[in-house]
Design a protein around this ligand. Sequence first.
Ligand SMILES: [Ca+2]
Ligand SMILES: [Ca+2]
Length: 238
Amino acid sequence: MKKNELLITLLLLVALLAAVAVGMAIDRAASSTEPGVEPEVVDLLITEICAKNTDIIEDSKGKHSDYIELYNNGEDCNLHGFTLSDGGNTSAPLGDTPFKAGTYLVLFIDKDLTGFSISSAGGETLFLYNRDGSVAAQVTVSPMGENQVMEWQETGYAITDRATPGYPNTEEGYLLMTQGLPDEDPAVVINELLLSNRYALPDKSGTFPDVIELYNRSEEDVYLSGYYLTDNMENRTR
Ligand SMILES: [Ca+2]
Ligand SMILES: [Ca+2]
């Protein structure tokens, strides 16, 4: 190898290493959900509290525990080391809990783990403490009934029967939670709409209803039991 070629090769190698280093730095800056990596500002809001959950949602052990829902109004963060408290008892520090900006997180208040549960009689103040002991979020709980929640509604809290743990406190959020996300890649598609059916296909009684054709674009049989057809997302079985 000539001297010039060696120099160019070395320069290319240095440039490559520099690019890798920059890439790693960018990667690290982007993933502030790693435990211990603190964003500039932790901006969390307690958006929903359930003090008497018997039928809304189960925790990972299948228990209907009380819960609080948080919304991350700030940057990506990780609640590792944060604690929950009712003012008297304080939970053990949370483990690795990545929390992306603009998302909701449900924290179950299992008395065996936190040392306290939320009283449905209301009156107590719940705190979420940052790693340094400062208050990251707090809320004073109002009385609520079984499977009711206290939810944040833009200007203040209200008691409702419409629990939406992990979802926005809106009608859309409630529909998403109770009925699931629309399938992004469904096997069955509406292939043809025949809205003015006069001559093509009579039904059994000899009249000509509107027709839609369904097409199964998957390789497998699809059973349509449990499917429904609607023009009203609020009343889908209509
Ligand atoms: Ca309770
Ligand atoms: Ca909610």
